[in-house]
Ligand binder design. Sequence first.
Ligand code: ADP
Ligand code: MG
Length: 308
Amino acid sequence: MNEFDIISRFFAPLAAESAFGLKDDAALLPARPGHELVVTTDSVSQGTDFFPFDPPDTVAQKALRVNLSDLAAKGAEPAYYLLNLTLPHSVTPDWLSAFASGLARDQREFGISLLGGDTGAGEGPLAISITAFGFVPQGKMVRRSGAQVGDAVFVTGTIGDSGGGLAIFKREKHTLPDADRDYLTARYRVPQPPVGFAAGLRAFAHASVDVSDGLMADLGHIASASGVRIRVDGECVPLSAPLRALWGEDAVQRAVTCGDDYQIAFTVPPSHAGPFTRIGRVEQGEGVSLVIGGKEITLPKSGYRHFR
Ligand code: ADP
Ligand code: MG
């Protein structure tokens, strides 16, 4: 198979109408009146974001979903994506076919389609880079910088599950029943970004961030962009039962500093009582603090860092 065979066999069936069957040099997007385009990109690579033994369809889903969480956090509806692949020479048609089927499933689930990309062979590990495009009504993108003193802080979903799954894959000791283990490892492999929440977020959030490096680290981004301090009540952070079972007493501190959640943390006016979990509040000052049992906890690290 050369790259043109790969493109026409595996990726052309996924193409948006605007992509001319992946047979031209570029795609052509119609403007959408009254809207703005939100653009984001994220990569995953074998050994860092997924394991060599992970099923190819879940690798595809993770590569796409880590981008969908960014669009959702900005209040955007997903529309299109570009796919850049650096494939090892050893990649097989079976692997590519399963990979494309994972993309096809998520395209249907999230209403997004493929615009184009680039395909090459590399000496390094398998790497997948996706650039995603979504639409927001004019002027409605939710920034990191809009948090106001007095706001309530909310988070979607549960926090820390993916980090728990990663710990299990790294063979940290545990005594979980199989169902709990499988729940956590599935969260590591296939994030569950709250894509359907984009419109709700646009309607009332002052500030928002995608939780990818760790809850405390990402709330720190809102705090610095908005010029405020964020206080998190540890007891309020939503944790799944399997994660509590995995970590016991340490669960909160581990959950708020591990990465890969792909949920959304956001601030809203204090009177707001919406879906999802209220975990803290916006105060005057700077930085983020975690309070458990009335005491402020000093964390050794607030999240994942690629370069240390
Ligand atoms: P170029 O010579 O400009 O690099 P290519 O031969 O790489 O063009 O690409 C040909 C067409 O196939 C383009 O429309 C491109 O967007 C598409 N394409 C290439 N790789 C991928 C991929 N991994 N996923 C989707 N489309 C792809
Ligand atoms: Mg190319």
